[in-house]
Design a protein around this ligand. Structure first.
Ligand code: SAM
Length: 474
């Protein structure tokens, strides 16, 4: 055996060299940049092992970045939107394997769901077989702040449309393995964190009568982008102080102010009373002009003093303080969630900014908002948020509009269910409820009216819990 190791930092390289000597392995530790070494080395290897650096591009040495991009380009790969060094590092190192050679790399678990990770997933599936993903609870590798997985595989020459991938979870000192057939494409791998049985239940449940893709039922989109939320969204007392009434329209800034699933006028009053940012400034052409109107000019001057006129979103509009596309939707959906996403009924006619999506029913389902909202918090829908959404660590689950459109939601006759759901949601403080009281009642309702849901529920529940606990421990 002959080892070649590359490490940038002298003291780290020295540690590696002393381990090499202690273990009596022939070879050398090269102190320098991997990207320089990779550009000069034309050898192939039988094995690659490593723990590449996770460094955001903005902190990467210019020379390393240029070398990484050039070598990736030589492979006919274009890395779109890649902002972290681990992707070119991993690809260029395993590219050095000869056919039949194996690798094992410690990589950030973001490779499962981010779109830049998608290019790496596709590359892996194209060129490697015997793929194995080992999952570890946070803290398994001391000093690594990020959540990591160990990815291993064997270089092959033949292509395939689908490859089997084995997943092994090493949680709590136990070991649970499962295998999935994974299509060679860049789709998210989050669903493969489920066992075969759980994933089969998810796929079957999605086609139960009454369940549909949310995108077919409603159009949910990014709401108002102000460019400076702190300036354009204000409290009741700021409206009063600066006499901004002619330009203030009602706003729900944070879903924590909506304990129920129906956001009512009295919820709005309550939010105003507790000093939430409950008003949005609308300086559209249809509103009274601002010039020479007392205190509004003073308020705009504060924005000028903060240099808002030069901020990207403000600078591209005329005048800089005229926020465009001010409209509301009958539906509101949280963009990010700690425990679970919520779909709310907008009974107070409020507007939202970019942290709460706005939605309207598609023409075919007009006036069915109540049915959609009443049953949204069920196990299958919340499982689909975990599968379709993305997480950047810290436990937060984010959905972008294309992912929202793929959520699996029920649309059934709910009669008076909304009142019961709204009441329970208020009793448990809405989104703060980690015991999922609303979901339990919704599931019970769906079990009675959707044939097949009750049989699948235990597996869907296990699947949802598995993904939620993985996300929350990250
Ligand atoms: C996640 S740490 C792994 C440390 C150690 N090898 C281990 O496995 O515990 C990543 C290592 O990559 C090194 N590194 C960062 N940029 C590098 C580069 N351009 N070339 C070679 N090594 C680099 C860092 O100094 C750091 O020691």
């Amino acid at each position: 055996m002959h080892l070649q190791a590359v490490e940038l930092i002298e003291s780290e390289a020295a540690k590696c060299e002393s381990e090499r000597l202690r273990l009596g392995i022939a070879g050398e530790v090269i102190q320098g940049s991997f990207f320089e070494w990779a550009a000069d080395s034309h050898e192939s290897f039988d094995a690659v092992v490593g723990n590449p650096p996770y460094v955001r591009y903005q902190f990467v040495d210019e020379m390393d970045r240029a070398l990484a991009e050039q070598q990736i380009g030589n492979l006919d790969l274009i890395l779109r939107g890649v902002s972290n060094l681990w992707i070119p590092f991993a690809i260029l190192s395993i590219e050095k394997l000869r056919v039949g050679g194996c690798f094992s790399l410690v990589l950030p678990s973001e490779l499962f769901c981010t779109s830049s990770g998608g290019q790496f997933r596709k590359y892996l599936l194209e060129k490697f077989s015997s793929l194995e993903i080992d999952l570890f609870p946070r803290g398994t590798f001391s000093e690594i702040l990020q959540d990591v997985v160990v990815v291993s595989g064997k270089r092959v020459s033949r292509t395939a449309a689908v490859r089997p991938v084995r997943f092994t979870d090493h949680a709590d000192g136990t070991r649970q393995s499962w295998k999935h057939k994974v299509a060679v494409c860049s789709d998210s791998w989050t669903r493969f964190l489920l066992t075969e049985d759980e994933l089969a239940a998810f796929i079957e449940a999605k086609s139960l009568p009454g369940f549909h893709s949310l995108g077919n039922m409603a159009k949910i989109e990014v709401a108002i982008v102000t460019g400076a939320n702190k300036f354009f969204t204000i409290t009741d007392s700021e409206v009063e102080d600066f006499k901004l009434h002619p330009w203030a329209v009602p706003l729900l800034a944070k879903t924590v102010d909506s304990p129920g699933v129906v956001f009512s006028e009295s919820d709005f009053e309550r939010a105003c009373g507790k000093g939430s940012r409950s008003w949005l400034l609308d300086f559209s052409a249809e509103r009274p002009p601002v010039n020479g109107r007392g205190r509004v000019s003073e308020y705009l001057k504060i924005g000028l003093e903060q240099g808002l006129q030069d901020r990207y979103k403000c600078r591209i509009r005329e005048p800089w303080y005229r926020v465009p596309h001010i409209k509301q939707g009958g539906l509101m959906l949280t963009k990010r969630a700690h425990h679970f996403h919520r779909l709310l009924l907008n009974s107070a006619g409020v507007y939202t900014t970019d942290t709460i999506y706005r939605g309207v029913m598609n023409p075919l389902y007009e006036k069915r908002e109540t049915d959609l909202v009443a049953t949204f918090q069920n196990t299958l829908t919340l499982l689909s948020t975990e599968i379709e959404g993305r997480t950047y660590g810290g436990g937060v689950l984010e959905l972008v509009p294309s992912e929202v459109a793929r959520l699996s939601v029920p649309l059934v006759e709910t009669n008076g269910l909304i009142n019961q759901i709204d009441e329970i949601s208020r009793m448990v403080d809405g989104q703060q409820d980690s015991s999922h009281s609303v979901m339990v009642v919704t599931d019970k309702f769906l079990c009675e009216i959707v044939p097949g849901y009750a049989q699948l529920l235990p597996r869907l529940d296990a699947a949802r819990k598995r993904l939620q606990s993985k996300r929350q421990s990250s």
